[in-house]
Design a binder for this molecule. Structure first.
Ligand SMILES: Cc1ncc(COP(=O)(O)O)c(C=O)c1O
Length: 402
């Protein structure tokens, strides 16, 4: 019955407003005040789910979802998840469930191989990896590993001297992980990027920052380089950044949460060029590789799935570029288009900045926020925004499975 219920949900998902229309606190008003004493028939429960839970879902699997980065699913992922939930396996050590442990090592190596990661990153090359729930967990593990390695050399009393670097485009997961790992909050350094490098971290800026830190008697510990940043899918130049970091004995982690999956296609692999000099690498298989829980689809299907998304984003980009009122803010590399209404397109729509006789960037930001709100409230499409160098951009991220 539940499978039929879900099948109906997927059949109808396109008809629901993609962004949930409920108000905060809506569910408290609809559910009983305390735990029910008596059981209810499954039909009644599913009716409640339909009325009260589906109404409060933002439909991530809707074909109208273009927000954040997609969290993909697939029939293969779905079935794998059912098996895994059905077995309810606990796999904290090999003997707790040999099949789970061994399957994990095998698929992690498969993934490493299709990404052409260096042999030292694979179990078969005395490296290896794990399936974590999220990038947040993966980054925390790597910062802790880097921290302990460094403190074993310089003494644990030096924890507050350790410095973690990333660009100002890096996901907040890194800053949080640094804080959880005990890095002094002031020693998380977000290095400024600009449009001139398409928001990629400049190796020269990194070097300048490291020099200052060393002069101040602190210890550069960790650099997170991102391939496909969250705001604009910018690519940090791994080879050059690794070269700088190595001079100072730093650990380099590559966060390829979004764009790493694209690198399974030979035409995108060059974006992780230089990964061989990094210490660790993570990606979100659930973002693009149609994967809830470690089950991968055949490689050719995954590649064509990726390429279709890129093709659709390319089409959208072409349509936006034709309209002179809009600007493509950074050139598209994957399946996300970052665009905005230009201040010049608004000159007769909003009041003018008296002195300069032009529409201010602030007015343009406000207009872009309003446009996005208007689009999202329609329930027909859901997109999100980012702010880069004070400019509000609308992100159109293609990734739906349906
Ligand atoms: C570049 C990047 N890093 C990290 C994350 C965080 O991923 P997770 O939610 O799996 O922790 C995201 C999420 O969108 C991301 O885009």
């Amino acid at each position: 019955m539940i499978i039929d219920f879900l099948a109906d949900y997927y059949r109808d998902v396109e008809k629901y407003p993609v962004l949930s229309q409920v108000e905060p606190g809506y569910l408290q008003k609809r559910l009983p005040k305390s735990t029910p004493h008596n059981p209810e028939p499954i039909e009644t429960i599913l009716q409640d789910v339909q009325e009260h839970i589906v109404a409060g879902l933002t439909h991530w699997q809707s074909p109208n979802f273009f927000a954040y980065f997609q969290c993909t699913s697939s029939m293969a992922g779905f079935l794998g998840e059912m098996l895994s939930t059905g077995f309810n396996v606990v796999g904290f050590s090999w003997i707790a469930s040999p099949a789970a442990t061994e399957l994990e090592t095998i698929v992690v190596d498969w993934l490493g191989e299709i990404l052409e990661l260096p042999k030292s990153f694979l179990f078969s090359g005395n490296g290896g990896g794990v399936l974590q729930g999220t990038t947040c967990e993966a980054v925390l593990c790597t910062i802790v590993a880097a921290r302990d390695q460094m403190l074993s050399q310089i003494g644990r009393e030096n924890l507050l001297k350790l410095v973690v670097y990333a660009s100002d485009q890096t996901h907040s997961a890194i800053q949080k992980a640094a804080q959880i790992a005990g890095i002094h909050p002031k020693n998380f350094r977000a290095i400024k990027t600009s449009k001139s490098t398409s928001y990629a971290l400049s190796p020269d800026s990194l070097r300048a920052q490291i020099r200052k830190v060393v002069e101040a008697g602190l210890v550069p510990l960790f650099l997170c380089a991102t391939v496909g940043t969250t705001p604009t899918a910018a690519i940090d130049p791994l080879d050059k950044l690794c070269a700088v970091a190595k001079e100072y004995g730093m650990w380099v982690h590559v966060d390829a949460a979004y764009a790493g999956s694209a690198c399974i296609c030979p035409e995108f692999r060059h974006f992780i060029h230089g990964v061989e000099d990094a210490n660790s690498f993570s990606l979100n298989a659930h973002k693009v590789v149609l994967n809830h829980f470690g089950l991968l689809l055949p490689l050719d299907n995954l590649r064509s799935f990726m390429r279709n998304h890129v093709k659709m984003a390319n089409l959208f980009e072409g349509l936006v570029a034709k309209d002179k009122r809009f600007e493509i803010v950074v050139s598209r590399k994957f399946a996300m288009v970052c665009f905005r209404i230009l201040p010049s397109a608004l000159s007769d729509k909003v009041h003018k900045n008296d002195k300069l006789d032009i529409v201010s960037e602030e007015d343009a930001n406000e207009a872009n926020r309003k446009l996005l709100e208007f689009i999202n409230m329609s329930g027909r499409v859901f997109m999100t925004h980012a702010v880069v160098e004070g400019v509000c951009v609308i992100r159109f991220a293609v990734g739906a499975t349906l």
